[in-house]
Write a protein that binds this ligand. Structure first.
Ligand code: ARG
Ligand code: MN
Ligand code: MN
Ligand code: MN
Length: 312
């Protein structure tokens, strides 16, 4: 199997410094080598760069010019990775980058289902957001049902909200804004919060989510994993931590189950901020990210197999 890595050193979707250094920090922890031992053909496409669009401001939407330009380039890059016959692994950077990765995935594969693993729903528009941060808005930008809630967004003409909200499932929610809850209920969005994980266990939650958004086992799957889905005790170095989250074991199990479908096409791992917490905090967060990525790409906790031809 073949994987393409894309780094997105982007932090303009929120206001804390440091998340742009996620990609270099995760790479420095030997990500590529830790994937190569899974006998994957790994190609690192490097970081996505962009020129800032000098566009008119949109009310309560910070740095839209940066977001529009960077995510346009990222969408193109994802399409290239998929055309090269590789799974796309995108490392962030803040969660606004999923605007680019999911747009690219949908343009290349059409029939896409998204599992959004996050403490937050990231479902605000510029009218409902209390922060004006675009990393709290990607799901609302990507989905066709919510297109009418947006004003015209200069610089975003490349982006088409062609994903149906019926093809999105949330796992791990525990910090939802008032209007986000309203939208989740109004559209009957598939959403498993922490209380569902307590009730059913992570294994059943993953399979209930897949049954809802991909009932024929036919779609190209995209996992958008915000590291703040994990409990801050296990992933402290992130900008908007919320207590009471997933354990790393639950996250690994979730990824193992999705990996087993053999339809996992794209993975985003976002919101690792190496400038939050001490050295030990950063190390623990980065290691958690790498375990989650390894599970997504086929690592088994049963151990690796002996390579073919060396059995005696
Ligand atoms: N709901 C809050 C907001 O709209 C927090 C969003 C946090 N998003 C994230 N990707 N960490 O600003
Ligand atoms: Mn989050
Ligand atoms: Mn299981
Ligand atoms: Mn998020």
């Amino acid at each position: 199997r073949k994987v393409g890595i894309i780094g997105v050193p982007f932090d303009k979707g929120q206001k804390k410094e440091g998340v742009a250094r996620g990609p270099e920090t995760i790479r420095a922890a030997n990500l590529v080598d830790k994937l190569k031992i899974l006998e994957l053909d790994v190609r690192d496409y490097g970081d996505v760069h962009y020129n800032v669009n000098d566009i008119n401001d949109v009310k309560n939407m910070s740095h839209l010019g940066h977001v529009a330009s960077c995510m346009n380039n990222l969408s193109e890059q994802i399409q290239q990775v998929l055309r090269d016959g590789r799974q796309a692994l995108t490392i962030g950077g803040d969660h606004s980058l999923s605007i680019g990765t999911i747009d690219g995935h949908v343009k290349e594969r059409q029939d896409v289902a998204v599992i959004w693993v996050d403490a937050h729903a990231d479902l605000n528009t510029n009218k409902t957001s209390e922060s004006g941060n675009v990393h709290g808005m990607p799901v609302a930008l990507l989905t066709s049902e919510l297109a009418d809630y947006w004003p015209y967004l200069p610089g975003m003409d490349w982006q088409m909200p062609i994903l149906s909200i019926r093809n999105v499932a949330y796992i791990g929610l525990r910090s939802i804004d008032r209007y986000e809850r309203l939208i989740i209920e109004k559209f009957g969005i598939t959403a498993y919060g922490m209380e569902d994980i307590e009730r059913y266990g992570i294994h059943d939650v993953v399979h209930m989510a897949l049954n809802k958004i991909d009932s024929h086992n036919s779609k190209s799957l995209h996992v958008s994993f915000d590291i703040d889905a994990l409990d801050p005790l296990e992933a402290p170095s992130t900008g908007t931590p919320v207590r009471g989250g997933l354990s790393l074991r639950e996250a690994i199990h979730l990824m193992e189950e999705i990996s087993r479908t053999h339809r996992l096409t794209a993975i985003d791992l976002v919101e690792v901020n190496p400038q939050i917490g001490n050295k030990q905090d950063v190390k623990m967060t980065v290691q958690a990210a790498i375990h989650i990525i390894q599970a997504a790409l086929g690592y088994s906790r049963r151990g690796l197999r002996v390579p073919e031809g060396v059995t005696d």
